[in-house]
Design a protein around this ligand. Structure first.
Ligand SMILES: [Zn+2]
Ligand SMILES: [Zn+2]
Length: 89
């Protein structure tokens, strides 16, 4: 899975907030560690957990990818117009 920073996840890990005082309780999305939602000044590092894979994060309740750092994955899967296009003859 490619994030907006052009990493491949895995092998890059994902992170997710286990608790966030500033937002309502609920399942938090998982993020790339570089995501601005992770690096913003208000975040508390001890609230974040690191997971080796998105599947590992999903297994403990972080089922959604962040729409900021995983925009493609956050959208409903849909075929891209040129995914199956044949090269010009
Ligand atoms: Zn994010
Ligand atoms: Zn990344």
């Amino acid at each position: 899975m490619r994030c907006t920073f052009d990493h491949d996840h895995p092998p890059r890990e994902v992170v997710a907030a286990t608790w966030n005082d500033s937002e309502p309780l609920g399942a938090r999305p998982y993020h790339c560690r570089k995501c601005r939602e992770v690096t913003k000044a208000r975040t508390v590092e001890s609230n974040w957990e690191t997971y080796a894979t998105a599947a590992a994060a999903a297994a403990v309740g972080h089922k959604r990818p962040c729409a900021v750092c995983f925009p493609a994955a956050a959208r409903a899967p849909a075929p891209t117009p040129d995914a199956g296009a044949s090269p010009p003859a």
